[in-house]
Design a protein around this ligand. Structure first.
Ligand code: CTP
Ligand code: MG
Length: 235
């Protein structure tokens, strides 16, 4: 069984504030995308990494991959991305050669995921799960609200789901390739992760333990945390 990783890296990073596309911003001197590519290529099971680049940045991403030391045993492809994350992932899947039966989808914005988490996701797919997500319990209590009709209005709380049953999901999410392709061909709603598309097909999605260091770099404070984690690893 061959395993490929698709890394959507085509987002602008609006919540991070003005600057280069998020995946191309540096963490301790190395672009976030390179950290993410290394994190996935660190798994011996991953033999191809498909990077989905900012639409006008495929050339720049190719040069970055050439300029940084990456494992010899891994192949790399770069394709331009789309308007939404979903579209970018679909473009990455379209570029996958036939030989790959297992696909991981991993946010470039989660550059520090440990290889043990990557391997645990792959292992669960190999054991037969059509879709696997790494996830962690929540620290905060979560409320469902009725979104404010006008900006600045207080929002009424609708419900408080039982925290012990909630999980915050991360990437890489792992899939039987045919199942993920079918999900991307069938589901047209806006979703925020790939596994939810597989859920909509009625297929089982299972959870394996995630890792604190697989957090997503979303807002400026996350950059501070990511650089501190790298410094602790001496990278
Ligand atoms: N992504 C993508 N194509 C898009 C939008 C997002 O490939 N059109 C990727 C991002 O590059 C990121 C991952 O999807 O690696 C998760 O998305 P997110 O954290 O939301 O990143 P951005 O969309 O770049 O950030 P923001 O929503 O703040 O603009
Ligand atoms: Mg986004």
């Amino acid at each position: 069984i061959r395993t490929a990783a698709v890394i959507p890296a085509a987002g602008r990073g609006v919540r991070l504030g003005p600057g280069a596309p998020k995946a191309l911003r540096a963490l301790n001197g190395t672009p976030m995308l390179i950290h993410a590519v290394r994190a996935l290529a660190a798994s011996r099971a991953v033999s191809l990494v498909v990077v989905v680049a900012p639409p006008d940045g495929a050339g720049e991403v190719k040069s970055l991959l050439d300029a940084h030391a990456l494992p010899e045993r891994t192949d790399f492809l770069v394709v331009p991305g789309g308007e939404s994350r979903q579209e970018s992932v679909k473009l990455g899947l379209d570029a996958l050669p036939a030989a790959y039966d297992i696909v991981l989808v991993h946010d470039a914005a989660r550059p520090l995921v440990p290889v043990d988490t990557v391997d645990a996701v792959i292992e669960a797919v190999r054991e037969g799960a059509p879709a696997v997500v790494p996830a962690l319990p929540l620290a905060d209590t979560v409320k469902e609200v009725e979104p404010a009709a006008a900006a600045g209005e207080p929002e009424p709380v609708v419900a408080t789901p039982e925290r012990a049953r909630l999980r915050a999901v991360q990437t890489p999410q792992g899939f039987d390739r045919a199942t993920l392709v079918r999900a991307h061909e069938t589901v047209t709603d806006n979703v925020t992760d790939d596994a939810s598309m597989v859920e909509q097909l009625g297929e089982t999605v299972v959870v394996v333990p995630g890792h604190e260091e697989a957090f997503k770099v979303t807002r400026p404070l996350d950059l501070v945390l990511a650089e501190a984690v790298l410094a602790r690893r001496r990278l």
